[in-house]
Design a protein around this ligand. Sequence first.
Ligand SMILES: *Cc1c(COP(=O)(O)O)cnc(C)c1O
Length: 405
Amino acid sequence: MKISINANRCESSPMRMFHPLAVAAKEAGKKIYHLNIGQPDLKTPPVFYDAIQNFRQEVLAYTASPGMPVLIDAIRGYYKDRLNVQLDASDVLITTGGSEALLLVCLSILDPYTEIIVPEPYYPNYATFVHAAGGTIRALPTCPEEGYRYAIRERIEALITPNTRAIMITNPGNPTGVTLTKEEMHMIAQVAKEHDLYLISDEVYREFCYGEDAGVPTMGSFMEEIADNLIITDSVSKQFSTCGARVGCVVTKNKELQAALLKFCQSRLAVATMDQVGAAALYSVSEEYYAENRAEYIRRRDLVYNRLKAIDGVLVQKPEGAFYIMAALPVDDTHKFQNWLLTSFDDNGDTVMFAPGGPFYETPGKGINEVRIAYVLCLEDLTRAMDLLEKGIARYRKEVMGVNP
Ligand SMILES: *Cc1c(COP(=O)(O)O)cnc(C)c1O
């Protein structure tokens, strides 16, 4: 039996790669500190569950394909009040998470052999969405020495060909935490407009910005200039610590694209009703909710950054957003290092997991000595996890790489 070319071009998720080894380590009695999974640990706002509990329908029916009006209105209210972006109801299409939003966007704008420019390292699932639609990623290179910053006009324009359909960014970034300045955002918007490209702005980490006067950045600020180009993908998963809710959306003012997306939305009938009901309530959280979460993540970011910086040979810059830090470690290969941490290392029965850097890159061989660390543990656990990483690096260098300290 045959498997499709597009399916064969996709990779399985690198975040799950070490799962079998982790299970074996746990069975052997080890405790693992997980810095590998990008799932927030802060509490889901109770309004989510209250709304679901209060919802009764005699027959639990399909909702409208573009999404429930109550949720679309809640999202429009959030965009208006918090982001200062005015949306019509038809500008918002509800999807099963930001993941489906990205998949449907790729299916709607890509043809076989068309290209999409994405800064690397990038969220690995992007490759799956692009490949499912037959497209190809043109990686915009960055490096740890430059703190993974990618907003350089010449470098972006050098990648544009007649086959380019879109530029896709994550802002703030996963896996790097890089957050664009207002000027950088405007420059990228301009490049998209000048070259007639879609700009896909994945803003699921928008509320996680740590600069002094960072505000809440959105490409929506340039909506009027680039209304036909701009596609924002969004989700409740990270914003409200509700990854299990599976609710996201596509925001665009491009009418032709709305019509194309709607056909795909209709084909899968509707997004889960209960999830939408709960999600609609989430947008009623107060400003303090965002402020408290932000303060907690800043403490965690500072802890992880300071600990990494203090380890000899680690290359790291302070990221300004999301809940990730990417760093180059003084080891030969972080895949091998992770393997060793699970099979051959422990400190009083404890070990640690991160995501090796390689799979975040399109370019073969890049990211081999890099890791992505997700700081989604409480300060006490993060401290222990960083102790383990530091001890692990020292012992691995001595025992496996044969380096004398
Ligand atoms: C988590 C994540 C998403 C989407 O997650 P959903 O749970 O499907 O909403 C999209 N993009 C990035 C970069 C992410 O990290």
